[in-house]
Design a protein around this ligand. Structure first.
Ligand code: 1GP
Length: 252
């Protein structure tokens, strides 16, 4: 098995990264491909395909359409074993660390692992940590049966991040939820970055360059944006430019 792909990409590019998340449920595959193409032209580093309610068919069709028109890594971001497909290059093989539901901790992974092996998709082990930053619950918060981590519960988030690291996962993803009113707080990112060595992915509610830069300055290694590409795609360029402007002192 290969080493840590996210660390490799950080080293190769010598800067922090941006991933574009495309939800197959939100548009036709051909429109998803257009979004991916535009974000690729802005300099995004990878396309993540995933959502909370996707079916295998939709996931496959969208992945194929994107693969046909761009040359970037495609990473499945699965909500269940149904999202595993043979057309993506990578899959976030993830554990929803702060779920109370066995399904999200090990059950879907048990169903998905033989498919990952069969399709030869490269797994990227990830500790997925959902933080409840906003009054209005996001979709993922509604379905995940959470051991809730409030935006001020930094120690709790850190403990889950340490668990992910000690389990040997390749990265953690601090998730505020798609369309979150507020992104992951800076102090939480900073504290986790101080104590945890694996790359930190941050997403949910990031809609402009200033916020993206803020997260990167506090220790995020990868910024994920999804909704903004549907609402106002030009903002994705602003976000990527801001991430690229950050002076990166690589330790990977
Ligand atoms: C969701 O973190 C991602 O998994 C992206 O969130 O749609 O709010 O950009 P947004």
């Amino acid at each position: 098995m290969r080493g840590n792909v996210i660390e490799e990409w950080l080293r190769e590019k010598g800067r922090k990264l941006h991933f574009t998340l495309i939800d197959p449920d939100k548009q036709k595959p051909s429109d998803a491909a257009r979004i991916a193409e535009t974000c690729a032209s802005y300099g995004t580093d990878a396309i993540m395909v995933g959502g909370s309610t996707i079916s295998r068919k939709k996931s496959e069709q969208t992945t194929i359409a994107i693969k046909d028109c761009i040359d970037l890594p495609i990473i499945t971001f699965p909500n269940s074993a149904n999202a595993v497909n043979e057309f993506s290059d990578y899959i976030f093989f993830m554990c929803l660390m702060n779920s109370r539901d066995r399904r999200f901790l090990i059950g879907e992974q048990f169903r998905g692992a033989p498919l990952v092996e069969k399709f030869g998709v490269h797994p990227i082990g990830m500790g997925y940590i959902i933080v409840s930053t906003s009054r209005k619950r996001t979709t993922v918060e509604r379905i995940a049966k959470l051991d809730v981590i409030g935006e001020n519960e930094i120690e709790k988030a850190l403990n889950y991040a340490l668990v992910a690291q000690y389990f040997g996962m390749h990265c953690i993803y601090l998730e505020a939820g798609s369309g979150a009113e507020k992104p992951i707080p800076n102090e939480m990112i900073m504290t986790i970055n101080d104590k945890v060595e694996i790359p930190i992915i941050v997403g949910g509610g990031i809609r402009d360059g200033k916020t993206a830069l803020d997260k990167v300055e506090h220790g995020a290694d990868v910024i994920v944006t999804g909704t903004i590409a549907e609402d106002n795609i030009k903002k994705v360029k602003e976000i990527i430019t801001a991430i690229e402007s950050y002076e990166y002192d690589s330790s990977y």
